[in-house]
Design a protein. Structure first.
Length: 202
């Protein structure tokens, strides 16, 4: 079975580091990560390679915004706006000209704070928008390791999280990503799937 592989890793961190970097707390020598606090105006750059084409994208945290009585953390690029809930999980993605193209109800739980090795959670969400048809998806997540990971921005201590789609759409899809407390963000991201083959490196 042929698998498409998406790879993602920080290539350059522009300005998101705060004067005092957050690190994994130690509880009986077991590292844990609490939900980070982002600084309004902070930015970070992703360099990526998609199907052999190199490019980059600058992401900037715009702070809290309120829409229809709800508050969201807004991250913006040149063409996209990403809306996150209070736990920094993705609610929707909107193109600056075309509007909402993808949304999750409830938000997609990439993170379940606090993170620690061995933690597991599951989720059922409906993925809809201009590019989707309101498919219900079920996912299973596990924090499988706390380890050093090398990226083009340097080496980080990070929690490695494995996510598998168990129903809805392509059930061969798995996601593996690394959250670094010092960076307060993902520093590496990989996807494997049988559908829509492409490679993407950040």
């Amino acid at each position: 079975m042929k698998y498409a592989r998406m790879l993602a890793a920080f290539a350059l961190v522009v300005s998101f580091f705060a004067p005092a970097l957050a690190r994994a707390a130690e509880t009986d020598s077991t590292p844990i990560a609490l939900r980070p606090t982002w600084t309004e105006g902070s930015s970070w750059r992703y360099d990526y390679d998609e199907n052999g084409q190199k490019n980059w994208s600058l992401h900037r945290y715009m702070g809290l915004v309120e829409e229809n009585g709800a508050k969201y953390h807004l991250v913006q690029t040149n063409y996209w706006r990403f809306y996150f809930d209070s736990d920094l999980n993705l609610v929707r993605k909107a193109h600056v000209k075309r509007g909402v193209t993808s949304q999750y109800d409830p938000p997609f739980t990439d993170f379940s704070w606090p993170l620690h090795v061995g933690k597991k959670w599951t989720q059922r969400t409906v993925h809809s928008g201009a590019e989707f048809f309101g498919n219900a998806e079920e996912w299973a997540f596990e924090v499988v390791a706390y380890e050093k990971v090398k990226t083009s921005a340097g080496e980080f201590d990070a929690f490695r999280i494995l996510a598998k789609r168990t129903s809805g759409g392509d059930t061969s899809m798995t996601k593996e990503y690394w959250y670094a407390p010092a960076a307060k963000r993902l520093v590496k991201y990989e996807i494997q799937a049988t559908l829509d083959p492409k490679a993407h490196t950040i």
